[in-house]
Design a protein around this ligand. Structure first.
Ligand code: SF4
Length: 466
């Protein structure tokens, strides 16, 4: 892999962007309102908060729907082919809205645009798109929008560089909980995954910048932070002074934000040191998302995951020893090329052995541009569908058993909203990461409330206030 150094966007470049934002806010022909449509993971959700922050600084207000907005921006994902198709379908649909609102400006950004050939495709097939830019250029939105407003041609900017931009304006979705991106990109090249090709090489933010952001969030009354990165466990790679994710967590724990979570981890980089820090910390929540992807060593090897089933199970054992009762969740793929019935059964058995609180299960779908998409032995749809049904049944059974350990337990719940089923109930996540519903009102939203879990209904825990 070629060595690539991250490019830190300088304060001068960011000041230049603020000048563009000020110029746009003074323009008579600028859109009055914006709407950001987000696809994909939490990293994208947080990028959308930054887009919204920059648009707010350009004097625009947020429109509730894309039909009402003067500027619509699609922040896309390309992890799965169908996510890409869905995004392009929705972009095309907006062409109709443009007929009613000729001043509508349409932009597309995010991972999908960063793929080789996508910019040319936009120019050829989606000529009604006004602006397209890649993940590395997100900080340049003011300048790019300024160019768009002063041109009748599509503005496209996609650079193959690994940028880090600090101090971008952010318009957060919630006041009680916030995302902090700690690292960008991924160097792992799992054979089925497109992320390293579109998000660039791994690069970590300076620890001081992260701690400063966390302190500001604490001052603002935020109760929970979620640290984000494609592989947070390798945070610190390339930074001076031997910084590790465990060091970062230790420092963040001292700040005193009540709840700290993180996502996503790679089992091969989960160190003993990190597990020990979790065991001793006061604020890092006892929960861990540890993607296993498969239970068979040969498939794990062909997925290029670089751990074995035994090594994965060893990490689970160690986590459970250090953090008793820890909530474990995972990601699993069925129907990877060449997967035999026997190999699939290894996935079923690891699910039973671990007993996850929840799992994201996927049928493998080939992603153009990845190594696995070129592998022989693609699994027929009927076999993959049968396997995922059996996997979901096994997971649900394991989940019921795993979650029954909470009944009778006390949990602190950060209330996220009214329950979907009843206005007399609220729901939120407990410290172990499991959703809990209990009687409450809108006044509870954003509060941490102590609850005793009394029962489990349809895989959801219910409780009562203490
Ligand atoms: S660790 Fe693997 S699955 Fe996760 S983003 Fe990196 S390449 Fe993709």
């Amino acid at each position: 892999m070629a060595e690539r150094k991250p490019v830190h966007i300088t304060p001068e470049e960011l000041a230049e962007q603020r000048r563009y934002a000020a110029m746009i806010s003074a323009m008579a022909n600028r859109p009055e309102s914006y709407h950001v449509v987000t696809y994909g993971c939490q990293m994208n959700a947080h990028d959308s908060e930054k887009l919204a922050g920059m648009l707010r600084d350009m004097g625009m207000t947020e429109a509730a729907t894309r039909e009402e907005a003067g500027f619509v921006i699609f922040n896309t994902c390309c992890v799965r082919d169908n996510a890409e198709r869905r995004a392009l379908g929705n972009v095309t649909w907006l062409k109709e809205v443009r007929k009613r609102n000729p001043k509508l400006i349409i932009a597309v950004c995010g991972c999908m645009i960063q793929q080789p050939g996508m910019a040319e495709k936009i120019l050829r097939q989606y000529r009604f798109v006004d602006l397209a830019f890649g993940t590395s250029n997100l900080y340049k939105l003011p300048q790019l929008l300024y160019q768009t407003l002063n041109s009748d041609r599509t503005v496209i900017e996609v650079e193959d560089v690994d940028t880090i931009a600090e101090d971008l304006p952010v318009k957060r979705l919630r006041n009680d909980a916030a995302y902090i991106t700690i690292m960008y990109g991924c160097d792992n090249f799992c054979s089925y995954c497109i992320v390293p090709y579109v998000r660039g090489r791994e690069r970590s933010r300076d620890m001081e910048a992260i701690l400063k952001e966390a302190r500001e969030l604490k001052e603002a009354g935020v109760k929970e932070i979620m640290l984000l990165g494609q592989n947070v466990n390798s945070y610190g790679k390339g930074l001076e002074g031997g910084v590790t994710f465990a060091n970062l967590l230790r420092e963040l724990d001292e700040i005193g934000i009540p709840r700290i979570r993180f996502m996503t981890s790679h089992p091969k980089d989960l160190s003993d040191e990190l597990i020990e820090v979790m065991g001793k910390s006061r604020h890092i929540l006892p929960q861990f998302h540890l993607p296993v992807q498969h239970g068979n060593d040969e498939i794990l090897r062909r997925m290029n995951r670089r751990y074995t089933r035994a090594q994965y199970l060893d990490r689970v054992r160690k986590l459970r020893e250090s953090v008793p009762g820890i909530g474990l969740t995972t990601d699993i793929i069925v129907g990877f090329p060449g997967e035999t019935e026997e190999q699939f059964r290894d996935t079923l058995s690891i699910v039973k052995e671990v007993g996850y609180d929840s799992a994201f299960t996927f049928i493998y779908s080939p992603r153009t541009g990845t190594v696995a998409a070129r592998m022989d032995g693609q699994i027929p749809e009927d076999i993959a569908t049968d396997r995922i049904k059996r996997l979901i049944a096994a997971q649900e059974e394991g989940q019921r058993k795993a979650m029954s350990r909470f009944i009778g337990m006390e949990e602190e719940v950060l209330v996220e909203g009214l329950s979907r089923r009843s206005d007399a109930d609220v729901s939120g996540h407990g410290r172990h990461g499991v959703s809990i519903t209990f009687p409450g009102t809108e006044a509870d939203i954003g509060q941490i409330i102590r609850v005793r879990v009394t029962a489990m209904k349809n895989n959801t825990l219910v409780g009562e206030r203490i």
